[in-house]
Design a protein around this ligand. Structure first.
Ligand SMILES: Cc1cc2nc3c(=O)[nH]c(=O)nc-3n(C[C@H](O)[C@H](O)[C@H](O)COP(=O)(O)OP(=O)(O)OC[C@H]3O[C@@H](n4cnc5c(N)ncnc54)[C@H](O)[C@@H]3O)c2cc1C
Length: 362
């Protein structure tokens, strides 16, 4: 039975980046349950893939890596980095092409169901009956956000089996349910979204607000969702009653500049102006009735507890040879490239550490 140096479960951002950066001489395999690796990468950044952000402390680590595999990038005025071609699919392709030059097989369409450790060997059991043997194991299965891309939370089960604690997971970077907006569904407007709890301002962000059939979305709204939590066992439905959203749909105008205007039409798109009066334009109060679920979420809050991972190498403190990377761990950031940065950074660290260890053993 072939024994790999490393088995990577999950061919997403973290897993592909790790595989593409394994040192030469490493024999590895990636198990990816989708037929195509990197499916979520292809959907990121509205199809453009916001790779990282100027505000990320270790962005150069990711940018240098992408340059080394031939993928050029650029950034916009807000510090968001994208592939030079503006094609998210090219990011996945660049990673896969680099992996193909290595001694690493991508096993697409193969789902891992269980992982165990016996006699210095990780054994991964797959749904189709095959067993993979490896000296080290990297869990890069992502979290639970956007399960339509294969991320159904399987990694938490694998991590638990090795004794790891999982901090409570919930969907973030998603839209809010605020009532019936069928008449303005699809309308977009520049605005400032402020989130309040018990009447106190928690956070606010300016950007494009998008109206959906039952609420609001857009990056500035999505970035407020990590602040909506139920504490001390309070049911979420009850906790939600404490929150409300306030939209300033004329952020570039002062009250003085707006005084005397009869209608919000001319500032707001026609459809929206029929719904929002001048009295509301600077402070449209909306109840928070719900946070959209996993399907609409761009990220998972919570995950594998960081205390039990050496963050310099991403190796488990409980099981030697076991590594973690990506959204599976309890680390998340706002929209703008921060979550992919986490995937690249942890994938690169895990691959470097696993490569070093295997070389030492050989
Ligand atoms: C629509 C959308 C847009 C986004 N846009 C951005 C953006 O522009 N910038 C940004 O920073 N972040 C963005 N994100 C977040 C970002 O995509 C994720 O944080 C990132 O992909 C996480 O990387 P990962 O490798 O941990 O997980 P993923 O990229 O989700 O990959 C995990 C992989 O593991 C596979 N897998 C899971 N379980 C198993 C199993 N049992 N066996 C085999 N394979 C398995 C899955 O099929 C999946 O392919 C976006 C998210 C979404 C949903």
């Amino acid at each position: 039975m072939k024994k790999y140096d490393i088995c990577i479960i999950g061919g997403g951002a973290a897993g592909l980046c790790a595989a593409a950066s394994l040192h030469s001489g490493m024999a590895g395999c990636i198990l990816e349950k989708n037929e195509i690796p990197g499916r979520k990468i292809m959907a990121t950044g509205g199809g453009r893939c916001n790779i990282t952000n100027a505000a990320c402390a270790h962005k150069d680590m990711a940018l240098e890596f992408f340059k080394s595999i031939g993928l050029e990038t650029y950034h916009d005025a807000e510090g968001r980095y994208y592939p030079y071609s503006n094609q998210a699919a090219d990011v996945a392709k660049a990673l896969v092409r680099r992996i193909e030059k290595k001694d690493v097989s991508i096993m697409a369409g193969i789902e891992a169901v269980k992982a165990e450790y016996h006699e210095e060997t990780f054994v991964v059991f797959c749904k189709d009956g095959r067993q993979i043997h490896a000296s080290s194991l990297l869990l890069a299965t992502g979290g639970k956000a956007a399960p339509q891309f294969g991320t159904t939370g399987d990694g938490y089960r694998f991590a638990k089996a090795f004794g790891h604690r999982i901090n409570k997971v919930y969907p973030i970077l998603t839209g809010l349910v605020c009532g019936c907006f069928a008449d303005i569904k699809g309308v977009r407007a520049k605005g400032r979204a402020s989130l309040y709890r018990d009447g106190l301002l928690l956070a606010a962000e300016t950007g494009e607000i998008q109206f959906t059939a039952d609420g609001v979305s857009g990056i500035c709204v999505m970035n407020l969702t990590p602040y909506i939590v139920s504490e001390n066992g309070e049911p979420l439905e009850r906790a939600l009653k404490r929150y409300h959203l306030e939209l300033d749909l004329a952020p570039d105008f002062t009250d003085e500049e707006l005084s005397g205007r009869e209608s919000s039409f001319g500032i707001l798109p026609d459809k929206l102006s029929r719904r929002v009066s001048m009295a509301e334009i600077k402070a449209w109060k909306l109840p928070v009735q719900g946070v959209k679920g996993w399907k609409d979420a761009q990220c998972t809050a919570g995950g594998v507890c960081l205390d039990e991972i050496d963050l310099r190498t991403m190796e488990s403190r409980l099981q030697e040879g076991l590594y973690f990377a990506g959204e599976l761990i309890d680390r998340q950031g706002p929209c703008g490239g921060f979550n992919l940065q986490n995937a690249w950074e942890t994938g690169l660290k895990a691959a470097a550490a696993a490569s070093r260890k295997v070389r030492e053993r050989k």
